[in-house]
Design a protein around this ligand. Structure first.
Ligand code: 13P
Length: 288
């Protein structure tokens, strides 16, 4: 199946009270692990690409070529969206040109009027091309690929203003943080989420910083209108731990254990396992 606009999968998720996972990709192993797991579990999926990861993978055109090749060669039939994560205005335009099916424009660091103006323009471009678009209000805390956020709770009225521009999905800061959560983290602000959902109605809400949020908080967030949950760091951690175990056991020194296809296999399996656990938790299994 060709790449899809994420609107339909997220509308169904919001109506069905589950969430679709966005898993950030970094290379071929990552992409293959996420796609195969989605197919095995019959789940829709969103592949997230940060600007930094896009650069690392030799540019957005390379990413589009790799993903489209895999959809065909691996016979992937579940809905897959290829989505720019935390895009700048210029980055969003580049991804649209390169063939992404979805983009995020993160204008949360601009004054709200500028965020509205830039989001509005990109909504027009995406609508014309049948692409989905995510906007952000209230920055997400922590750091992801050089994008640093203060971690604030979004103003629900500002969320409504951005939602009314016709975006497909809305990311709002509710005390969430990219990367590992600190010991003294106060947790998600469900009060903020509830207020945003009341004002934005059917709009699928996006929860960034999916790594390390306790299961009961994830479930409550889904109950309060979250339909897309982003996970990045957790796949990196499980990949690194499995690779470390392989090397520490000296397996790269045995036979042809140094072959990258063997060396990277435990990390690949670890990503698959993490993605599977998240899809089960988010409730997207068999929702393709
Ligand atoms: P984590 O790295 O904390 O899982 O966050 C991912 C994310 O929000 C991508 O935008």
């Amino acid at each position: 199946m060709a790449l899809v606009n994420a609107k339909e999968m997220l509308t169904k998720a919001k109506q069905g009270h589950y969430a679709v996972g966005q898993f950030n990709i970094n290379n071929l192993e990552w992409t293959k692990a996420v796609l195969l797991t989605a197919q095995e579990l019959n789940s829709p999926v969103i592949l997230g690409v940060s600007e930094g990861a896009g650069k690392y993978m030799c540019g957005y055109k390379t990413v589009v070529g790799m993903v489209n090749g895999m959809l065909e060669e691996l016979n992937i039939t579940v809905p897959v969206a290829l989505h720019l994560d935390h895009g700048s205005y210029e980055g969003a335009k580049k991804c649209i040109e390169a063939g992404f099916s979805s983009v995020m424009f993160d204008g949360s660091h601009y004054p709200i009027d500028e965020n509205i103006a830039k989001t509005k323009e990109l909504v027009g471009v995406c609508n014309d091309l049948n692409l989905s678009i995510e906007a952000e209000v209230g920055s997400i805390g922590g750091e992801e690929d050089g994008v640093v956020g203060a971690g604030e709770c979004a103003d629900p009225q500002e969320c409504k203003m951005i939602a009314d521009l016709g975006v497909t999905m809305l990311a709002a800061g509710i005390g969430n943080i990219h990367g590992k959560y600190p010991e003294n983290w106060a947790g998600l602000s469900f009060e903020t989420l509830d207020a945003i959902q009341k004002l934005t109605g059917d709009m699928p809400l996006v929860l960034h910083g999916g790594t390390g949020i306790p299961e009961d908080m994830i479930k409550k967030a889904i109950d309060l209108g979250v339909s897309k949950i982003n996970v990045n760091t957790e796949c990196q951690l499980t990949f690194a731990a499995a690779t470390r175990e392989y090397i520490e056991a000296g397996k790269d020194l045995q036979g042809k254990g140094f072959d990258p296809r063997k060396l990277l296999a435990p990390g690949f399996e670890a990503i698959k396992q993490t993605v599977k656990e998240k899809m089960e938790l988010f409730g997207s299994v068999n929702k393709a």
